[in-house]
Design a protein around this ligand. Structure first.
Ligand SMILES: Nc1nc2c(c(=O)[nH]1)N[C@H]1C(S)=C(S)[C@@H](COP(=O)(O)OP(=O)(O)OC[C@H]3O[C@@H](n4cnc5c(=O)[nH]c(N)nc54)[C@H](O)[C@@H]3O)O[C@H]1N2
Ligand SMILES: Nc1nc2c(c(=O)[nH]1)N[C@H]1C(S)=C(S)[C@@H](COP(=O)(O)OP(=O)(O)OC[C@H]3O[C@@H](n4cnc5c(=O)[nH]c(N)nc54)[C@H](O)[C@@H]3O)O[C@H]1N2
Ligand code: SF4
Ligand SMILES: [Mo]
Length: 882
């Protein structure tokens, strides 16, 4: 819906492009610019809320850094030339080496319509199932667990269940930072009903633990034991629902027997999990006694060499107690990306075919072949992500097209992935940004429209399909992903299957396929949406699937009647023998490296890294270390630390916390070669994966840590965007004006000024300089405006946040000039410290000061400073300060 709010502004209802919560967004647009965003009160997922990333959307949708025209080997070319080049490259490779010599690698962030045509091209027309997606790194273990248990990839519950439940178990999920709006809903529900219990199962004490009645800091990777132990406990304590087991499930006896093999006894299970027995017993008792239980699981479960089994161990417990298909009772796999679910619906994974059908049933292959009128239907599974890149490295795949993902950063063994792409004959990358670690490896770059420009649908974690709407003109010459894919398909000679004029036409075909020869066989059915007109599609309100033609059944929850999508209609309980992570620590690599998200960044930072406000909270790559391990290694807060694994090395700032257990360290996944010298965490990880799902073990890598013996540190602020700076450590932090670089080195440059000039150009006319041996400072002005600040020291540096603020001020008075060189304000009260509340830019020091002056609760702090009063993502940290 588009509403004109004044003659030159209008408001468009759309959906947030980040996480799988799928929040509805009101976008306010003026003169082809997004000027403000707010949460859509009418959207079921967020009911008006937005988190800090969502509320900064207008700060990241500018043209800076965008890829604006097609390029071949670095030269700008016309679209025609680009289409011909890609089509010819693919066709010739297929002709010479067969369809399995080419591949597509997609993303849970492209829209359902983009996904549908890409999957159709590969599996129906090229004739290979070598189309995989970054959902392999994210949801594939949960997908496989769902298919084993329910017969199809079905998420039974909905967000409301998280509010209705009496016991919410959050496993391997840092909901507070990764699904902030869901977290806010849980916080509100718990406030309204304090008797609702929240349990967090995570080796680290995270921000999510803020509301936990019980935190179980289990040994990394030991969740399988915990949940098979729970099944044993349920059986031994009269807590099973035998009539549900008899009427609606199969395989219970085997599942129980397997559970008892290693975890029949609570003491033993507690030991395997490294937990205190009373704590574990408390969880088991609650699960036994409480009817309404939701177990929400995420990457702490999925990203494991036994992730599928872990998912099934959780589902087994819910099936055995009939805690499924009811309000407030369900296992709940929460989706990461905005459209990971949509991608699964079209069948975008290499082991799926289309519309929740796979290759196991020849009837389905024939069905899809007929529906698509496919000249060359794939008949067997393709290569999953890790194997796909191995095949590229081996020279078996000779042409790859990467769309909407950054594998040189996000795949395990990331340096190997880069090498594979460098070896590959034809690498095509579609992205909206020009400079990423993956576009750097491309032969052909295709500019895709970005969030504010593209049009289509996404499905969130609770099966709700929402519209994302384009309200800005496409940047430069960029085209929509579906247009690019269809044009290449047509240029390859597949005119028939790809004559789409709009996303609405593609969506209609996708919806029709879901209902084609279905009649209840496949629960994924959205056939009631197959006849939407362009206009109806454009104005489609959020709709939950199943959405079956002529059906009156409520789709809020699945399995309400105890019928599952298996041939027998029964859910399958899976025998699970839990296993420890494959990669184990050793004397050389004694620590477990755990990885994950931070609150204000999205993945490889190509978009959130543009908003200076989102780098205020955490501005540099860091490694979280326990008090014990830091003391052991003589590392103090903010030290630079080398993290070494068997295959690679990273550098990051030490963050020492009591929440980090001894024996493991944590690093965020976000930093890339565009933002720091050596911080791609996935370069450290070997390609170890789950044998069933192929999902990499991305939370468990043996490493060692050591303090970097740097001789100097420096801060450089300039308007120029730099890369590959000539020192051991650098990290780039975009500012309101220009960029700040934090630097460190093990060798002192001979002459600082010459060294700086080797990286940055600046005028020589108006400079102030200070050189004291330990400290070197240079401030350069152009027309009274600071154009370069450089502070190096072998000792202590001034506050970099303060310096950044000064750089933002356009003109400097004589007093300000001297303060700049001094590196501190004339009156020292202006430093608010590291930003805690990104929405209102409230710093830690300001909060501490207000607390000391008597603002001793959240309400008072909100009244005084406003911190925490918008998205609420920072409330756990404010509470910690209190
Ligand atoms: N701010 C932000 N939000 C995001 C994203 C983002 O990039 N930034 N990305 C989105 C995407 S795609 C995804 S998939 C989701 C991911 O959402 P989450 O899965 O919630 O996020 P992570 O931080 O990857 O990992 C969750 C937790 O798993 C814990 N963990 C590690 N090992 C184990 C273990 O062995 N057992 C248990 N029980 N826990 C363990 C980690 O300590 C971590 O706290 O977030 C989505 N939301
Ligand atoms: N060690 C470790 N590794 C991990 C994880 C972890 O927890 N630990 N998490 C894994 C998970 S769950 C995920 S989901 C992945 C995420 O990893 P990636 O998918 O690699 O990360 P993104 O930064 O989201 O990459 C998206 C790319 O697509 C571009 N883009 C954005 N919108 C569009 C569009 O509409 N069209 C096109 N063509 N391009 C677009 C962006 O600019 C960006 O370059 O990382 C995985 N890797
Ligand atoms: S929780 Fe935040 S990132 Fe996720 S969809 Fe909502 S606004 Fe976007
Ligand atoms: Mo993800």
């Amino acid at each position: 819906m588009t509403i004109a709010t004044s003659p030159d502004t209008c408001q468009v209802k759309t959906t947030c492009p980040y996480c799988g919560v799928g929040c509805g967004v009101n976008a306010r647009v003026s003169e082809n610019r997004l000027i403000a965003v707010s949460g859509d009160k009418a959207h079921p997922a967020n009911q008006g809320r937005l988190c800090v990333k969502g509320s900064a959307l207008h700060e990241t949708s500018g043209l800076e850094g965008r890829l604006l025209a097609p390029q071949i080997e670095g030269e700008t070319v016309s679209w025609d030339k680009a289409f011909n080049h890609v089509a010819q490259g693919f066709s010739e490779t297929i002709k010479k080496y067969g369809p399995d010599s080419v591949a597509l690698y997609l993303s849970g962030q492209i829209l359902t319509e983009d996904y549908y045509v890409a999957n159709k091209l590969m599996k129906g027309f090229i004739g290979s199932a070598n189309v995989d997606t970054n959902s392999r790194l994210c949801m594939s273990s949960a997908v496989a667990a769902h298919k084993r248990a329910f017969g199809a990839d079905l998420v039974p519950g909905c967000y409301e269940d998280l509010e209705l439940t009496d016991l919410l178990i959050l496993v391997g999920s840092n909901t507070a930072w990764a699904h902030p709006v869901i977290y806010q809903r849980i916080v509100a529900a718990k406030k309204a009903r304090p008797e609702m219990k929240v349990v967090v199962i995570d080796p680290r004490r995270t921000a999510t633990c803020d509301i936990a009645d019980l935190h179980l800091p289990l040994k990394p990777g030991s969740d399988g034991y915990l949940f098979t132990g729970l099944l044993s406990h349920l059986a031994d304590n009269n807590a099973l629902d035998n009539s549900y087991i008899n009427d609606h499930t199969e395989g219970f006896e085997d599942a129980l027997q397997a559970a008892r093999t290693l975890t029949a006894d609570l003491t033993q299970t507690a030991e395997l999990c490294g937990l205190d027995k009373p704590d574990l017993k408390q969880l088991y008792q609650w699960f036994s006694q409480i009817d309404k239980v939701v177990t929400l699981f995420s990457q702490g479960i999925n990203q494991s060499s036994s992730g599928v089994d872990k998912g099934n161990a959780i589902i087994n417990c819910h099936l055995a107690t009939a805690k499924i298909g009811k309000p407030g009772a369900t296992p709940f796999s929460i989706t990461g990306q905005p459209n990971a679910m949509g991608g699964r619906e079209v069948g975008g994974l290499a082991n799926q075919l289309a519309a929740h059908m796979d290759f196991s049933n020849p009837e389905n292959i024939e069905l899809v072949e007929t529906f698509w009128q496919a000249p060359n239907i794939a008949r067997k599974e393709g290569l999953k992500a890790v194997d796909m890149f191995q095949a590229i490295h081996d020279g078996k795949i000779k042409a790859i097209w990467i769309i909407g993902t950054n594998p040189v950063v996000s795949m395990p063994n990331a340096d190997f992935i880069r090498e594979a792409l460098q070896r590959c004959e034809l690498v095509v990358v579609s992205d909206c940004m020009e400079k990423t670690d993956t576009t750097a490896c491309a032969d052909v770059l295709l500019p895709a429209t970005g969030w504010a420009e593209k049009d289509g649908t996404v499905t969130n974690s609770e099966r709700v399909i929402s519209r994302q709407k384009g309200f800005l003109e496409p940047a430069g010459q960029s085209l929509h992903d579906w247009q690019i894919i269809c044009s290449v398909a047509q240029t390859m000679g597949f005119e028939e299957g790809f004559r789409f004029n709009s996303p609405a036409e593609i969506f209609a075909e996708h919806a029709e396929l879901s209902g084609f020869r279905n009649s209840g066989k496949r629960f994924f059915d959205i056939s009631s949406l197959a006849t939407l007109s362009e206009n109806e599609y454009h104005n489609m309100k959020p709709v939950r699937w199943p959405a079956i033609k002529d059906s009156k059944t409520d789709s809020t929850r699945l399995f309400v009647n105890g019928r599952f999508n298996t041939p027998s209609g029964r859910a399958r309980m899976i025998p699970v023998t839990p296993a420890a992570p494959i990669s184990q620590v050793s004397e050389t690599y004694p620590l477990v490296l755990n990885t994950g998200r931070i609150r204000d960044q999205w993945h490889t930072m190509t978009r959130t890294g543009k908003a200076s406000r989102l780098l205020n909270h955490i501005d540099q790559p860091y490694v979280e270390i326990s008090l014990h391990d830091a003391a052991d290694k003589g590392i103090v807060e903010q030290d630079l630390v080398e993290i070494q694994s068997a295959i690679s090395r990273c550098l990051a700032r030490a963050k020492i916390t009591a929440g980090q257990p001894a024996g493991s360290v944590f690093m965020p996944i976000h930093w890339t070669d565009q933002f720091a010298s050596l911080a791609r965490v996935d370069s450290l990880f070997a390609s170890i994966k789950d044998p069933i799902s192929g999902q990499p073990e991305a939370k468990h890598c043996p490493v060692s840590i050591n303090k970097l013996n740097s001789r100097w540190q420096a801060i450089l602020i300039t308007e120029m965007e730099l890369a590959n700076l000539p020192c051991e450590y650098w990290s780039k932090i975009p500012q309101k004006r220009g960029f700040r670089y934090e630097l460190a080195g093990t060798q002192l440059p001979e002459n600082w000024k010459t060294w700086i000039k080797s990286m940055v150009t600046f005028s020589d006319d108006d400079q102030i300089e200070l050189d004291s041996g330990e400290t070197y400072r240079l401030v350069s002005f152009r027309d009274q405006t600071p154009e370069l600040l450089f502070f190096a020291s072998t000792e202590k540096l001034p506050n970099s946040h303060w310096l950044s603020k000064q750089f933002d001020q356009i003109t400097a008075s004589p007093a300000q000039r001297m303060a700049l060189l001094a590196g501190k304000p004339v009156d020292n009260n202006h430093d608010s410290g590291a930003i805690v509340c990104s929405c209102f830019e409230v710093g830690e020091k300001s909060i501490r000061k207000a607390i000391h002056q008597g603002a001793n609760n959240i309400e008072k702090l909100v009244t005084q400073l406003k911190c925490g009063s918008n998205c609420g993502s920072c409330l756990p940290e404010i509470r910690a300060l209190l």
